[in-house]
Design a protein around this ligand. Structure first.
Ligand SMILES: Nc1ncnc2c1ncn2[C@@H]1O[C@H](COP(=O)(O)OP(=O)(O)OP(=O)(O)O)[C@@H](O)[C@H]1O
Length: 253
C-alpha cells in the first residue's frame, strides 16, 4: 500500500523543550489517521512541521513519496498536502466563490495563468470547478454569499472545499469538530466521509473521540513528544500507557 505521509525519526525542540522526540509513523493512502494525546503532547508541532511552518531539527517527512523535509511551505501543496486550521482562514469580506478562486491560484502553472482576470470571464474553468465542488458538497446555495454572513459550521466546510480544490489528497485537520453544534458536526462528518470516498486521506488532531472513531481507521498517540501507542482506537484506548497518559489531563481517550 503506498503512503500518503511518512514521518521518520522526527525531532524538534524549542529553547530546550523537546516538543517531539524521535517520532516515526506512517499514514497509508486511504487510511485516515488521528493524532491524539494530552495537551502539550506535540500534535500541533507535528502539523507545523508537515505543513512547513516549522523546520525540523532531525528526521524526514515524505508526502505521497516526495521528501518535503526542507521544502518551503508554499511548495508543499504541489505534493498534495493541505491544512485546514482550527480558526477558519477564509477572507470574510469576499464571497464564498471568490475565496475558493483565491485558493485556486496555488494551482496556476504560469504567471500568465496567475494573472488571468477570472472576475472578467463569467465561465472561467476555475469558477465552474468551484461551483461544481460547492454543489457536490451541498453548499451550492452559499456560493455568492459573503463569508462573514455565514454560520461557522458552513464556513468550516467551505474551508474543506478550498483545500481539496487546491488539489489536496492528504488533508490535515486541526480540531475540525471544535466549536460545532451536533448538527454541524454531523454535516462535517458526512462531508469528510464523502471526501474520503473520493480518495482523500485525512490526518486529524481532535479531542472528540466519538468524532475520531467515526472517521479515522487508525490513531497515533503522543505523550511528551513521543509515540506511545498506535492502532485502531478501540485497541489503543485499552493500552495502559495511553490510560496513564490521560489520567490527570482533561482529554478523553
Ligand atoms: N513556538 C513554540 N515555542 C516554544 N515552545 C513551543 C512552541 N510550539 C510548541 N511549543 C511547546 O512544545 C510542546 C508541544 O506543544 P504542541 O502545541 O505541539 O502540543 P499539542 O499536543 O498540540 O497541545 P494542545 O492539545 O494543547 O494543542 C509544548 O511543551 C509547547 O509548549
Amino acid at each position: 500500500m503506498s503512503t500518503a505521509l511518512e514521518i521518520s525519526a522526527l525531532s524538534k525542540s524549542f529553547a530546550g523543550v523537546q516538543a517531539i522526540r524521535d517520532l516515526s509513523f506512517t499514514v497509508p493512502k486511504g487510511v485516515s489517521t488521528a493524532l491524539i494525546g494530552p495537551n502539550g503532547a506535540g500534535k500541533t508541532t507535528v502539523f507545523n512541521m508537515v505543513s512547513g511552518v516549522y523546520g525540523v531539527d532531525a528526521g524526514r517527512i515524505t508526502v505521497n513519496g516526495v521528501d518535503v523535509t526542507g521544502m518551503p511551505s508554499r511548495r508543499r501543496i504541489g505534493t498534495g498536502v493541505a491544512r485546514s486550521f482550527q480558526n477558519v482562514r477564509l477572507m470574510p469580506h469576499l464571497s464564498v466563490l471568490e475565496n475558493l478562486l483565491v485558493g485556486q491560484h496555488v494551482r496556476a502553472s504560469s504567471l500568465a495563468a496567475l494573472l488571468t482576470p477570472y472576475r472578467l470571464i463569467p465561465n472561467h474553468r476555475w469558477k465552474r470547478e468551484a461551483r461544481a465542488a460547492l454543489e457536490e458538497s451541498g453548499l451550492g446555495r452559499w456560493a455568492d454569499e459573503t463569508v462573514s454572513a455565514l454560520p461557522y459550521g458552513v464556513r468550516k466546510r467551505i474551508d474543506l472545499v478550498r483545500a481539496t480544490l487546491a488539489g489536496a489528497s492528504l488533508l490535515m485537520l486541526d480540531e475540525p469538530a471544535a466549536g460545532l453544534n451536533p448538527s454541524e458536526t454531523n454535516a462535517l462528518r458526512d462531508h469528510l466521509k464523502a471526501l474520503m470516498a473520493k480518495g482523500t486521506t485525512l490526518l486529524v488532531v481532535e479531542h472528540d473521540m466519538h468524532f475520531v472513531e467515526s472517521i479515522c481507521q487508525n490513531v497515533v498517540v503522543l505523550n511528551f513528544g513521543e509515540k506511545i501507542a498506535e492502532g485502531p482506537l478501540s485497541r489503543v484506548r485499552q493500552d495502559p500507557r495511553v490510560r496513564e497518559a490521560y489520567i490527570g489531563s482533561d482529554g478523553e481517550a
